[in-house]
Design a protein around this ligand. Structure first.
Ligand code: FAD
Ligand code: UDP
Length: 369
């Protein structure tokens, strides 16, 4: 009998499997896709590491997580500095002195703050209750209109007045001329791509990997065969949606290989207008300072999620968080199952948080020091 069956060969499942195998347990990892690595999967096309499920930039302030991931790959010095294209006006992101200067001609941080203060006055000092108010309170109405409103409404498929404030708080606002998108201490892209990280985790004599296997099509055998199930798919699907369906956002990716060496001069360009239905164009080679003769670009179109589509983003508003809370209580009732990852825990986790959660789960479950 196996000790663990891990459903999902993404980052959570693979970190857990690696730790369990190191602790001496026999583990089976299944995935319904035909490859490992989940959404961090990359593969080489035209000599370029192609991020199949959207651009992934590793960043963390947690030294333990940085050291952990560095066991499996060497990281380059890539610093994410996306730009925004609003009807062919180009602005730097995140919102910083370069953005404020281009928009208003202001030179000093004090001038920028005065401008933002003037614009946020329309809130009359009340604390923000939705994303629109949060955005105006952080950066004023001009930036909200040109760089936030349309992008956010395309991304989440609803009005900024109906979205929770926390989504926009992910982005730094800086009164320095610094275009680094993240505040984290460590950042980079694994040289040679992300897939190798997961492949190395799963390359262990105690781990068996079975691809093209859907948990729900083989549930009985898989459950009978293992002491415990570590499940990283959608938690509502696990319980057959008995309490209701959680909402997710999905994406469609439109990829082209172009016979030119440089399409947009930057890895990430956000389209913050409402006319283009995609939110961003990724030019994959720039994550690795590529000098190949061709280039690969991907346009990212957000979509409503329906059963059968890929659930890329949980929608962590109050209604969905409440429903998730009820599923979480159901999950606690049976100690055979452990739920983890972005879909199993229904949280908008970045990669470093997923590794952190997987290590935390492994420590408790495997009684590691
Ligand atoms: P997943 O990678 O989704 O893995 C779950 C796996 O379970 C999948 O392989 C799936 O096929 C499998 N599975 C599900 N159901 C079943 C079933 N029934 N049977 C068998 N297998 C099943 N994070 C960052 O830190 N930086 C970034 O720049 C970044 N960019 C992102 C961009 C996009 C477009 C998206 C969607 C996410 C981004 N993330 C980023 C987040 C990152 O992708 C996640 O934190 C991470 O991949 C989550 O790992 P996971 O193991 O929880 O889930
Ligand atoms: N956002 C925006 N304009 C931008 C980039 C981001 O308004 O040009 C908002 C948008 O609401 C988005 C949120 O900031 O959902 C968080 O952005 P982030 O880049 O962290 O999103 P992710 O990488 O998860 O897609």
């Amino acid at each position: 009998m196996l000790k663990y069956t891990v459903v999902g060969a993404g980052l959570f499942g693979s970190v857990f499997a690696f730790e369990a195998a190191k602790a001496g347990h026999q583990v089976r990892v299944i995935d319904k896709r035909n490859h490992v690595a989940g959404n961090i999967y990359t593969k080489q096309i035209e000599g370029i590491q192609f991020h199949q499920y959207g651009a992934h930039i590793f960043h963390t302030s947690n030294e333990e997580i940085w050291d952990y991931v560095n066991q499996f790959a060497e990281f380059n010095r890539y610093t994410n500095s996306p730009i925004a294209n609003y009807r062919d006006e180009i602005y730097n992101l995140p919102f910083n002195m370069n953005t404020f200067n281009k928009l208003w001609g202001v030179i000093s941080p004090l001038e920028a703050k005065v401008k933002i203060d003037e614009q946020r006055a329309i809130l009359n000092g009340r604390s923000p209750e939705n994303l629109e108010e949060q955005a105006i309170s952080l950066v004023g109405t001009d930036i909200y209109e040109k760089l936030i409103k349309n992008y956010t409404e395309k991304q989440w498929g609803r009005s900024c007045t109906e979205l929770p404030p926390f989504i926009i708080k992910r982005l730094p606002v800086r009164f320095t001329y610094d275009n680094n998108y993240f505040n984290d201490k460590y950042q980079g892209i694994p040289i040679g791509g992300y897939t190798q990280i997961v492949e190395k985790m799963l390359d262990h004599s105690k781990i068996e990997v079975n691809l093209n296997v859907d948990f729900f099509e083989n549930r009985k055998e898989l459950e009978d065969d293992a002491d415990k199930i570590v499940y990283t798919g959608m938690i509502d699907q696990f319980f057959d949606y008995t309490l209701g369906t959680l909402e997710y956002r999905s994406l469609k990716f439109e990829t082209e290989i172009l016979d030119i060496d440089n399409f947009q001069g930057n890895a990430v360009v956000n389209y913050t207008d409402s006319e283009n239905k995609f939110t961003r164009i990724i030019e994959h080679k720039h994550f690795e300072f590529g000098t190949q003769p061709k280039t690969i670009i991907t346009k990212e179109y957000p979509e409503d999620w329906e059963k059968g589509e890929e659930p890329y983003y949980p929608v962590n508003d109050m209604k969905n968080n409440d429903l998730y809370g009820q599923y979480k209580n159901m999950a606690k009732e049976n100690s055979k199952y452990i739920f983890g990852g972005r879909l199993g825990m229904y949280k908008y986790f970045d990669m470093d948080k997923v590794i952190f959660e997987a290590l935390k789960t492994a420590k408790v479950e495997l009684r590691l020091k």
